[in-house]
Write a protein that binds this ligand. Structure first.
Ligand SMILES: Cc1cc2nc3c(=O)[nH]c(=O)nc-3n(C[C@H](O)[C@H](O)[C@H](O)COP(=O)(O)O)c2cc1C
Length: 423
């Protein structure tokens, strides 16, 4: 492929008016698999109105292996599909003539007051998606008064984020075989002033993500030839990546030698994380942390009860966005059971498949205290950095506000199961 082709493709697709099949940009865009919109608009941030628009724009901007790392999930991706489909199996029942004018959508969860009931779940490798990475997400979360998670596999240090952005911060933790390392990492988070500790418990081994196997996506990169070609046709991503701060995993770098490819993320999971982690280990962590502590990835009632017993202050129902155990139940489907069992003793949150304000209202009607989003902010991040995440959070806030008015409630406390009917 000549050097001119990817540049010409990039220019042409940027100005492609999608529905005209004869338009040269459209043809080129289709050829390079970056065709994005179907409404006669030039695809840009200003005409992204929902998750699917952001996803289309991110797809145009990211090299295929990175897009597929975000978009993909485990095995047949059945759980990924179920996560969103589960919200469509029940309907909202609105009330009318309630005189709703002002809306209060604030919630308090795990001791943190949030201006909206949606927070940004912790996700790995964000500077790979956009050079602003976690800084963009933290800044947007702060602007909208909500909480954001920093992954153990984050690309900006939890200390920098804690200092720079004044909004509740979650630190997502993996449990290592080396107990001293666990203690050191927790102490580090405590010293930094992290508000909430979240131990991910659904990842004692990596999920089978076949899209990544096909493209060769891993850290460090081990791309297949096809994967390399996908990078070659996204030169703008490559220029941005190469002209900004070097890729790093600062949560781990201090403790694990990740330099020069000495340790891949795959090996980090298999060699350093502890698959024997059990309730006694976690109880000790909860005591040592001595603050807001939640388990991310709880799905059964029995586990939710044990989380209460060992002193957790929250649980996040999650199947990791379908990226771990395919065939696992959607968190939304499991929510009522768990709220009934422990909702009066612990803060119950959920994530997975949330794409709309109505999804949030449905989850809150069943008793969730707040709802996490992953890909909902990751595609906007990839599409446009901080401006993208802000637009996505703003759309979500506007949707929730509108939906609350249409539901006839001025405060989220008014939502209940009386507002829902399952088909
Ligand atoms: C690209 C990507 C990376 C993720 N990285 C992490 C991680 O490092 N730690 C973690 O606990 N969860 C991680 N998750 C899971 C999210 O925290 C969240 O559970 C999930 O994205 C929710 O599903 P949704 O994307 O449909 O909103 C990741 C998800 C995605 C899509």
């Amino acid at each position: 492929m000549s050097v001119v082709t990817p540049i010409a493709t990039a220019i042409a697709t940027r100005w492609a008016v999608c529905p005209q099949p004869w338009f040269p940009g459209t043809i080129l865009a289709k050829l390079s698999n970056v065709y994005g919109c179907g409404y006669g608009h030039i695809m840009h941030l200003g005409n992204c109105y929902n998750f699917y628009d952001f996803r289309a724009l991110a797809r145009r901007r990211l090299p295929g292996p990175i897009f597929n790392y975000i978009d993909g999930a485990a095995d047949d991706e059945a759980t990924l599909r179920q996560n969103t489909a589960s919200f469509e199996r029940c309907d909202l029942v609105p009330n009318i003539l309630r005189g709703v004018e002002t809306i209060d959508m604030s919630v308090t969860v795990m001791g943190q007051k949030l201006a909206m009931p949606v927070y940004c779940s912790p996700t790995a490798l964000q500077r790979l998606f956009h050079h602003q990475g976690e800084r963009a997400v933290a800044a947007a979360a702060a602007k909208f008064g909500t909480m954001f998670g920093v992954s153990s596999l984050g690309t900006v240090s939890l200390e920098e984020l804690r200092k720079a952005y004044d909004t509740p911060q979650v630190y997502q933790f993996y449990f290592h075989k080396d107990r001293a390392l666990n203690r050191a990492m927790m102490q580090r988070a405590k010293d930094a002033g992290v508000n909430v500790m979240a131990l991910t418990v659904d990842s004692i081994t990596g999920g089978n993500r076949e899209r990544d196997l096909r493209t060769g996506f891993s850290i460090p990169f081990q791309l297949t030839f096809g994967g390399m070609l996908q990078f070659a046709i996204k030169p703008i991503w490559a220029i941005n990546y190469l002209t900004h701060e070097r890729f790093a995993l600062p949560q781990l770098d201090e403790h694990v030698d990740m330099s020069g490819g000495a340790m891949s993320i795959g090996r980090y999971f298999t060699e350093m994380l502890d698959p024997t982690m059990n309730w006694t280990d976690v109880a000790e962590m909860v005591r040592a942390w001595n603050g807001q502590f939640c388990l991310k990835g709880v799905m059964s009632v029995a586990d939710a009860k044990r989380a209460v017993d060992i002193g957790c202050t929250g649980i996040i129902l999650s199947n990791h966005g379908g990226r771990q155990l395919d065939g696992s139940r959607a968190a939304f489907d499991q929510l009522a059971e768990i709220v009934d069992a422990v909702g009066d003793r612990i803060d119950v949150m959920m994530d997975g498949g949330v794409r709309r304000g109505t999804h949030v209202l449905k989850a809150l009607s069943l008793g969730a205290k707040a709802v996490g989003v992953g890909r909902y902010y990751l595609f906007p991040l990839a599409a446009a950095g901080q401006a993208g995440v802000e637009r996505a959070l703003n759309l979500m806030r506007t949707e929730i506000e509108r939906d609350m008015k249409l539901m006839g409630c001025s405060s989220l406390r008014e939502l209940s199961r009386a507002n829902l009917r399952f088909r």
